[in-house]
Each structure stands twice: as C-alpha cells, then as structure tokens.
Design a protein around this ligand. Structure first.
Ligand SMILES: CC(C)(COP(=O)(O)OP(=O)(O)OC[C@H]1O[C@@H](n2cnc3c(N)ncnc32)[C@H](O)[C@@H]1OP(=O)(O)O)[C@@H](O)C(=O)NCCC(=O)NCCS
Length: 166
C-alpha cells in the first residue's frame, strides 16, 4: 500500500460520493448521508470527523467517526469505505488503525460499529472481527426482514468490558 492519510477537504466531496457509491453496498440515500456528514464536518461540526486515504491527490478511501451522544468516551465509527480497486491492499486497516490511535489520544474508551448481517457484508464483518471488534449485540430484522443490525464493539482501554454482559 503506497497511500497517505490526510484530512478530507471540500475538493474531495465528489470523489467521496463516487467511491461510496462504487462500493456497491450502499443505497443512494445512504451515499447522500455520507456526503451530508462531510458537509457538516467541513462547516465545523465536530460530531463528524473524517480521515482520507490518498494515492497522490486521489481519494481512495475514508473513515468517518464521532462521539456517541450521551456517552463518555464512546465513539461511533459511522463509515469506512475503500475504493473497490484499492480493497484488500491494507488501506482499510490503515484507516481503522489511525482512527483508533486518534481516539486513544482523545480519551476514547469504546468504538461502536453498526453493520448488517447480510451475506454481502460477510467480508466486512470478518474485517472488523479480525481487528479486535466483538459482535456485542444483534437486533433481528432491524434493517429489513432477515437483515439484522450487528453491533460491534472494540474496547480501547483493554479491560473496561470485562464483566460486561452483552
Ligand atoms: C471493509 C473495507 C473498509 C476494508 O478495507 P480494505 O482496504 O479492503 O481492507 P484491508 O486491505 O486493510 O484488509 C483486508 C481485510 O478486509 C477483508 N475485506 C473486507 N472486504 C473486502 C473486500 N471487498 N476486498 C478485499 N478484502 C476485504 C479481507 O477479508 C481482509 O481480511 P484479513 O486481512 O483479516 O484476512 C473495504 O473492503 C470496503 O470499503 N468495503 C465496502 C464498504 C464496507 O463494507 N464498509 C464498512 C461498512 S460501513
């Protein structure tokens, strides 16, 4: 992997929209939501933070995260997407690691990731599981009949969850 990690600026709005759509997993309204979160972030909303992965000047992936309202030190990873042409080359891992390092600096305790139980998310779930994210809860039929919400947690403090019930 020969890409660099930098903030996502206004110039990346259209590329971010394109690569989110190109991932092939997200509905048009979900793609629009990702762009709206970038707009919020660019206008100073600290609830949504973005980090981009670049091949020279081209955006090839990004992560979006923010503090979970009403919690202390819990953060949601809202989006992590890598251009299909760049998947499987370590970009997603580099983004995830950078987010985790940033959250550790920001006194983050827990990272929450919501994803789908659908078969086309099997590789995505494996990606999280192999990077220390544990499936902590499942809401049957949440997204659609037969499409459950699977909530993953990673404990950045290595121990806070000991004794917790899922
Ligand atoms: C999930 C995703 C962010 C991972 O990024 P990536 O750059 O492909 O991942 P890396 O190259 O760092 O790591 C590869 C690992 O991810 C897994 N993976 C998940 N989806 C993959 C894909 N489409 N292609 C290749 N590897 C994929 C591989 O099985 C591999 O696992 P392993 O290293 O534990 O054996 C990326 O594949 C992607 O954007 N997928 C579509 C969008 C998505 O599902 N986003 C998350 C939900 S919001």
């Amino acid at each position: 992997m020969s890409c660099s990690l930098r903030p996502v600026g206004r110039a990346q709005r259209a590329p971010l929209e394109r690569l989110t759509a190109a991932a092939g997993l997200f509905r048009p309204d979900e793609v629009a939501t990702a762009v709206e979160l970038l707009d919020d972030s660019l206008s100073g909303d600290d609830d949504y933070r973005f980090l981009g992965a670049y091949d020279r000047d081209a955006l090839v992936g990004y992560a979006c995260w923010g503090p979970t309202p009403g919690t202390q030190g819990t953060y949601d990873l809202y989006w992590i997407v890598v251009d299909p042409a760049w998947q499987g080359k370590g970009v997603g891992t580099a983004l995830l690691r950078a987010v985790e390092e940033q959250l550790t600096t920001d006194d983050g305790r827990l990272i929450v990731v919501e994803t789908s139980s659908r078969a086309d998310y099997t590789a995505t779930r494996a990606f999280y599981e192999r990077r220390g994210y544990a499936a902590a809860a499942r809401l049957p039929g949440y997204y659609a009949p037969g499409d459950d919400l699977v909530i993953y947690l990673k404990d950045l403090t290595h121990g806070v969850l000991a004794g917790a019930t899922a």
